[in-house]
Design a protein around this ligand. Structure first.
Ligand code: SF4
Length: 322
């Protein structure tokens, strides 16, 4: 074949023993225009399920200060990177696949992306992932056919978190994340569900493998589920409704709330160092406990929060009043 053009100046990946085998520069990668297109066209997942409502269900469990900034539509100081969006969208792919398969499995008995109105509890709305209607065909002794409506929230997590949640190491199982429980509870309560499930998928196979024949397909390596009854749904939904209501009261009175965050045990702690996500728990004026939360690492307002400082802070006047 005749060589029509000298292409020897194009980047190559020839391994060089002394230098290892690094990838070609980002600007030469074919993935770069694909990612540019992806980021430009990915859907905006931050729209409210019911336009005009104040609180968005997937913000459940967020730190009180962050909820204040979101409510007042303050400018984002720490937007997600492409890496963040890439990870989020991988989760969305799994999420969408599970929903599509559920529709195949249950047909008319499943509703996906159920729009849920939280009013009058909270001026807010959300998208419940799935509501499954289970009909027990055989009537009971009283001749009544039982129908249960189960709310399902689908979540994806990294392998490390998944192992902690199911107790794959030496520590006891930590269970589902509190923010997920709160979000699901609000959706389940306002969709009048009898039961709620949190269905988790790990982004890597890392969980528990049972060799006793109980899990022949290795499902436990990547999926786990928790169930909640109506009493638990009410308890968690009330907890979050009151917390968000308190945030709105403070904002309406002209202040952004303190950096309070709800822990997995349901207690409230105060974040003292947003840069590192360090929190402390005070009792009678003494620090009795401390730790680190993941929330600050993912917060879109971290620089603003650091600038504003601790405690309740006044909301600055709107720079462009009518
Ligand atoms: S940086 Fe941390 S403390 Fe500050 S608003 Fe965000 S989550 Fe809350």
């Amino acid at each position: 074949m005749t060589i029509k053009k000298d292409l020897s100046d194009l980047p190559v990946s020839t391994p060089a023993e002394a230098e290892g085998w690094p990838p070609i520069p980002l600007e030469d990668q074919l993935a770069t225009p694909i990612m540019e297109f992806w980021m430009e066209h990915r859907p905006n997942h931050r729209e409210k399920a019911i336009p005009g409502t104040r609180f968005r269900g997937s913000d459940a469990g967020s730190c009180a200060r962050a909820l204040g900034y979101i409510d007042q539509n303050e400018p984002v100081t720490n937007p997600p990177t492409w890496a963040d969006y890439y990870r989020m969208d991988l989760g969305t792919l799994v999420h969408n696949q599970v929903q599509a398969m559920a529709e195949q499995v249950w047909g008319d008995h499943v509703q996906v992306e159920v729009v849920t109105d939280y009013r009058p509890d909270i001026n807010g709305s959300g998208h419940g992932d799935m509501a499954v209607r289970i009909v027990f065909d055989a009537p009971g002794d009283d001749g009544i056919v039982v129908i249960r409506r189960i709310h399902v929230e689908i979540k994806t997590v990294n392998g490390f978190k998944f192992r902690n949640m199911i107790g794959a190491g030496k520590a006891p199982a930590k269970g589902p994340g509190m923010s997920h429980v709160l979000q699901a509870s609000l959706n389940a309560r306002h969709d009048a569900c009898d039961e709620m499930r949190l269905m988790y998928f790990s982004m890597e196979n890392t969980g528990k493998y049972r060799q006793d024949g109980e899990d022949p397909h290795g499902m436990g390596l990547f999926t786990a589920e928790w169930a909640f009854n109506r009493t638990e749904i009410e308890r968690f939904a009330t907890l979050e409704a009151e917390r968000v209501g308190d945030v709105f009261d403070q904002v309406d009175a002209g202040t952004f709330p303190d950096r309070n965050v709800l822990m997995d045990d349901g207690s409230i702690v105060t974040i003292e160092q947003p840069l590192r996500g360090l929190w402390v728990r005070h009792e009678d004026g003494f620090i009795v406990d401390n730790g680190k939360t993941w929330q600050c690492d993912y917060c879109r307002y971290r620089d603003r929060c650091i600038d504003d400082g601790p405690g309740q802070v006044p909301i600055p006047p709107d720079p462009s009043p009518e």
